[in-house]
Design a protein around this ligand. Sequence first.
Ligand code: GAL
Length: 396
Amino acid sequence: MPTNLSALLPSLMLSLAALASACKSIPNPMSTKPPASLPPAAAFGKTKAGESATVWTLKNSRGLIAKVTDYGATLVELHVPDKAGKLADVVLGFGDVAGYEGGDNQYFGCTTGRVCNRIAKGKFTLNGKEYTLAINNDPNHLHGGKERSLSKVMWRGAPYETRRGKELVEQGVVFTYTSPAGEEGYPGTLLVTVTIALTRESELRMDYEARLQDAAPGDATPINLTNHAYFNLAGAGSATVLDHLLKLEADQYTPTDDTLIPTGELKPVKGSELDFGKPHRIGDRIPADTTPWKGYDHNFVVNGKAGEMRLAATVKDPASGRVMEIHTREPGIQFYTGNFLKGQTGKGGKTYPHRSAICLETQHFPDSVNQPKFPSTIYKEGQTYRTSTIHKFRAE
Ligand code: GAL
């Protein structure tokens, strides 16, 4: 297959999935048995509402294995080799859908939205109309809401793979979900597609697409999507991430008030505990538990041009040698040190203590919908939201 055609395939898959969802006459890809070479599916339990969840296993030729489920379009497992070739699952999660629906789930690995992070007091005004959203992180709205955020609904998953001759280029699942108008208080019916793929370059790639459906000219809605994976490169369940080294490609951050709502300014990180221009051990300067953010929980402004794919963060676990790079088109990245983890039990009986994982959530800045100076998160009828984030792994 010519290189340019295979490079186009992921976006072709996105369009096909969107088309399938828009056109009822196209059968659900899960209702016909996929060819044997596609990423295999397995049952992942039933939701409280009685829906059957599925988990797919993605592999690449360098030993990486990922598992993804249709509940919340969630990354469930990610096995990455260390410098001796030994695999460890480096993301927090649960062994079945009941775990993800339970009170111990703090957005582990999910697709987060319709608007990730916080919206001040759960209110915004658009086209002259005020919208009120759930206050699920008092006094603010967090991660798309309480009951029907994108992390808490069942998506439709369509597995695929791309080969060049016999060589496996990537395996992935295209997840689609149509969020009805008014769901969690957000305006407009929104068709969302998230592709989670594992590539032969040892990348976990997430491609996002969303647009309003059945909307009238002038209709608009805010969109800000991310994945909320919690990483511990020593293996999920390891005691802490304080020994990880972090480098952030960010000269500025967005300071907040005590409820983590941005003040609207951009401030330089230089000389502060937020300066990760050179790699730093995370534990060396971590803000105290007594600060309003209880550790690191800050949105950084990624250097370079938003919209272009560029390096945002590099994390290394010196003991195992595992390194993760995060590349994104997004303007910001939320660095959070699992300050609210409470020792809950996850997959394989492992526990997740305070600060035992980091999240690096690529995003538009928090509360953008109320911040005229921040890059806009508003999408109008006819416009398509598109973004991508890549997690690239190596060991050294
Ligand atoms: C992060 C957020 C934290 C916390 C966490 C979920 O994205 O910045 O403040 O809410 O999600 O527990």
